[in-house]
Design a protein around this ligand. Structure first.
Ligand SMILES: Cc1cc2nc3c(=O)[nH]c(=O)nc-3n(C[C@H](O)[C@H](O)[C@H](O)COP(=O)(O)OP(=O)(O)OC[C@H]3O[C@@H](n4cnc5c(N)ncnc54)[C@H](O)[C@@H]3O)c2cc1C
Length: 394
């Protein structure tokens, strides 16, 4: 049996950030991930300056070499695309350009970014090994009948086996002796479903300005599509909270891009993915000897669907609580719930659809999305970039 202080299930940004902080504090940490890295993760790949600061990313060193690409691809260095604004609008309708005089976001490729973070985190890594068995006893956890630790962190994204297990525990007997937070996972909560392609940009994409990604909302405001050139790569996708009509909206979006001459080439096969938004989720964050971080807890920001920042911040907060905890009983880990809700706000913050109910939303929403002032000060500064919230001190 291999013994550690903490076992983390999942090596995405949530898991690697948590492992990074725990390793710095001298705790022996194991990260298990079902996939070998570099692995493909569907994602537009925008990170805000606050993420760069919190992760203490040395951008020059990050850009200088490339060990992340899954295949031989055009650029030998990691992609780092400064973003100076967005084109915002409604699919099939008008759009406005909102420009800033400095970089307000950065485009990365997840196959590179996640691999970089995981390899610098200082933990022991078991990659390509899915967690299939989780056994809890009074002293801790046995994972896959091989690894033992007194503390477990679920960072396995939307289908995290630790989150699934916690959800099953909570929805069991109401007399459960588990001293975790009482919120039951909201099984009826809508998830964002998304489709995306990322591929080497063909020559006819030269005129797409890589510093100005395009964001086009669906007319019913239940999702949006994006088209972004990140250096030598093009990334196109669309996410919605209504899964039945996703294929129709993806098709409509691609037609729209073609009609506007923003897309001429054939597209590779779409990749699908799903995850929960914080607004809609009743997060189940901890139990005895266990914490959930990132998508496993359903923490992505409402409206934008940005999940990397909440993943990183929750990973770091979880690590801080683990270091300080007198023991790993639920009551000792409750501090994590307090810190996280202070950071993210209580669930069900209003998004655009909550602010503009029913007919008003249908009438006003599409108009607001072509109003430059609304797009800059509300849509981008507040909902997409969270400019008012400083980086998490680390
Ligand atoms: C199409 C799309 C576009 C997006 N664009 C953006 C964006 O531009 N910016 C942004 O901030 N966010 C974006 N997001 C959201 C963002 O990708 C997620 O919120 C973020 O990846 C969450 O990180 P995580 O570490 O919690 O989970 P993940 O990154 O999903 O990592 C979870 C890891 O757990 C592993 N795992 C799963 N099951 C097991 C198991 N049984 N055993 C072991 N390991 C397991 C997986 O292999 C994976 O590596 C987007 C999401 C989608 C779907």
């Amino acid at each position: 049996m291999d013994r550690y202080d903490v076992i983390i299930v999942g090596g995405g940004p949530a898991g690697s950030s948590c492992a990074w902080k725990l390793s710095q504090a001298g705790l022996t940490t194991l990260v298990l991930d079902a996939k070998a890295f570099p692995r493909v993760k569907p994602c537009a790949g925008w990170i805000t300056p606050q993420v760069v600061e919190t992760l203490q990313l040395d951008v020059d060193s990050y850009r200088s070499e490339n060990r992340g690409n899954p295949t031989d691809e055009p650029d030998s260095r990691r992609t780092w695309q400064p973003i100076h604004g967005f084109r915002c609008g409604v699919i099939g309708g008008r759009s406005v350009d909102v420009r800033y005089d400095h970089a307000i976001s950065f485009g990365i490729r997840r196959c590179e970014f996640d691999t970089y973070l995981l390899h610098r985190c200082g933990a022991s890594l078991r990659l390509g090994e899915p967690v299939e068995q989780l056994q809890r006893d009074p002293d801790g956890w046995t994972v896959n009948a091989r690894y033992r630790a007194p503390m477990l962190v679920g960072a396995g994204g939307h289908r995290c086996p630790v989150a699934r297990m916690l959800g099953e525990e909570t929805s069991g007997s109401s007399n459960s002796s588990d001293s975790s937070n009482s919120a039951k996972p909201d099984r009826s909560a809508p998830v964002v479903v998304a489709r995306e392609v990322e591929f080497p940009a063909p020559n006819d994409c030269e005129r797409i300005d890589p510093t100005m990604p395009h964001l086009y909302f669906c007319e019913d405001l239940l999702g949006y599509g994006w088209c972004v050139r990140k250096g030598a790569y093009l990334n196109i996708g669309l996410g919605r909270t209504d899964h039945r009509s996703l294929p129709h909206h993806v098709e409509q979006f691609v037609d729209f891009l073609r009609r506007r001459n923003q897309l001429q080439c054939e597209l590779p096969t779409w990749m699908g993915h799903a995850y929960r938004l914080y607004e809609h989720a009743a997060p189940r964050l901890y139990g005895d000897r266990v914490l959930l971080v990132g998508d496993a807890a359903g923490l992505a920001y409402p409206v934008s669907g940005e999940g990397i920042r909440p993943a990183v911040e929750s990973g770091l907060l979880a690590a801080a609580v683990i270091q300080q905890a007198a023991d790993y009983r639920g009551e000792s880990l409750a501090e994590y719930h307090r810190l996280l809700t202070r950071r993210l706000g209580m669930p069900r913050q209003p998004g655009i659809e909550a602010m503009l109910p029913g007919a008003w939303m249908n009438f006003l929403g599409p108009r607001l999305l072509t109003n430059r002032s609304f797009c800059r000060h509300v849509l981008l500064d507040k909902w997409f970039l969270h400019r008012g919230q400083a980086a998490l001190a680390n």
